[in-house]
Ligand binder design. Structure first.
Ligand SMILES: NC(=O)C1=CN([C@@H]2O[C@H](COP(=O)(O)OP(=O)(O)OC[C@H]3O[C@@H](n4cnc5c(N)ncnc54)[C@H](OP(=O)(O)O)[C@@H]3O)[C@@H](O)[C@H]2O)C=CC1
Ligand SMILES: Cc1cn([C@H]2C[C@H](O)[C@@H](COP(=O)(O)OP(=O)(O)O[C@H]3O[C@@H](C)C(=O)[C@@H](O)[C@H]3O)O2)c(=O)[nH]c1=O
Length: 307
């Protein structure tokens, strides 16, 4: 059976690192992964990206590279747009031209947060910060070019790798006796390892069919020619305040956490008040069970000290 070559961009980030941890499973499923970080493959270097894809006969791209500094994006608008929109548009064009299956990750911040029930994939987008706007432009570019692939919108991602809210809380607890944490922004945390597993599951389902020579690489031709949007987070709902409380409770850290309103924690970028994602579509299409957010948080915290 031939290997299917996968390009993973942004592989030093949270999701990229978790995908790297799954590398043995990828091999089992006959994938050959090319993990690239910003130094090896800058996705804004369009010429190099195309050259890399051609040289390595890439059949699947998992684009985990992104500009994710939500507050800084309000200032570094051009850079955020280049990475989250223009570079994504370029990946979509190459994917369309070369019949590559594109897995792209987007965010709950494409929504304005005024919903009262979990967002479904078809709900109206209306980002309220620049990061969200650039991510939406990336999505729209992919939809317009329409390569084969999936866009997975996720939320509040954390991992034992990279920068995230969990690590920020643990670091703050080293020096502070008391923390003020917003309780009027509601969403769902996502353990990047769970998201990485789901991506693997999607590829497994999509690429299962083999041709008469048992040749996996020709599968892409049989896949429907359109890009699908999916929502994925862990199960459950919480505020950032609840998230922080859970982190400290699991870790046995004695610290006072005060619930505060968004208006009392001014930031350069506005955040949606409610950005819970409805995951029915991804659960149905790929027959998956999603872990509850507190269970995944416990797992991540256990791993934090091993890795
Ligand atoms: N983090 C979160 O809470 C959420 C993330 N998402 C989305 O999920 C995806 C994965 O996020 P996550 O793993 O958390 O993000 P990270 O910020 O942890 O990782 C992104 C990686 O991309 C790299 N990168 C930045 N610019 C480039 C470039 N020009 N070329 C190649 N690599 C680049 C970054 O490198 P460096 O750090 O050196 O700049 C970083 O290693 C992103 O699309 C993000 O928008 C969605 C919802 C929530
Ligand atoms: C550090 C800190 C943050 N907060 C608040 C600010 C903010 O509303 C919330 C989370 O702050 P952060 O800056 O960690 O999270 P933020 O950068 O907003 O996280 C977002 O990242 C992007 C990439 C996404 O796509 C989103 O899904 C989401 O995960 O917690 C407090 O209330 N008190 C504090 O002491």
């Amino acid at each position: 059976m031939n290997n299917i070559n996968i390009l993973i961009t942004g592989s030093s980030g949270q999701l990229g690192s978790e995908l790297r941890m799954l590398n043995d499973k990828f091999k089992m499923l006959n994938y050959r992964c090319f993990f690239t970080d910003k130094n090896e493959l800058d996705i804004t270097d369009f010429k190099r990206v195309k050259g890399f894809i051609e040289k390595n006969d890439i059949k699947i791209i998992i684009n985990t590279a992104a500009y994710t500094a939500v507050d800084k994006a309000e200032e570094e608008k051009e850079l955020a747009e280049l990475i989250n929109y223009k570079a994504v548009e370029n990946l979509a064009k190459i994917s369309k031209e070369k019949e590559i299956f594109l897995v792209h990750i987007s965010t709950d911040y494409v929504f304005n947060g005024k919903n009262y029930r979990p967002y479904v994939e078809e709900d109206k987008t209306d980002p309220i910060n620049y990061y969200g706007l650039t991510k939406l432009k990336g999505e729209e570019a992919i939809k317009k070019i329409n390569p084969k692939g999936v866009i997975i919108r996720t939320s509040w991602v954390y991992s034992s790798f990279g920068k995230n809210f969990v690590k920020t809380m643990l670091n703050l607890a080293k020096t502070k006796k008391e923390l003020n944490i917003i309780f009027d922004q509601i969403g769902t945390p996502t353990y990047a390892r769970d998201l990485a597993e789901v991506i693997l599951r999607i590829l497994d389902v999509k690429f299962k069919i083999t041709d008469s020579n048992n040749n996996l690489t020709s599968n892409i031709k049989h896949l429907p020619s359109n890009v699908e949007i999916y929502h994925y987070s862990n199960e459950g709902v919480c505020s950032w305040y609840d998230f922080a409380k859970a982190i400290f409770e699991i870790e046995g850290i004695d610290i006072k956490v005060n619930p505060i309103e968004s208006k009392d924690y001014p930031t350069p970028a506005k955040r949606p008040f409610y950005s819970v994602l409805n995951k029915s579509k991804i659960k149905r299409d790929f027959n998956i069970e999603i872990p509850y957010w507190i269970d995944s948080l416990k797992e991540c915290l256990e791993r934090l000290y091993d890795e």
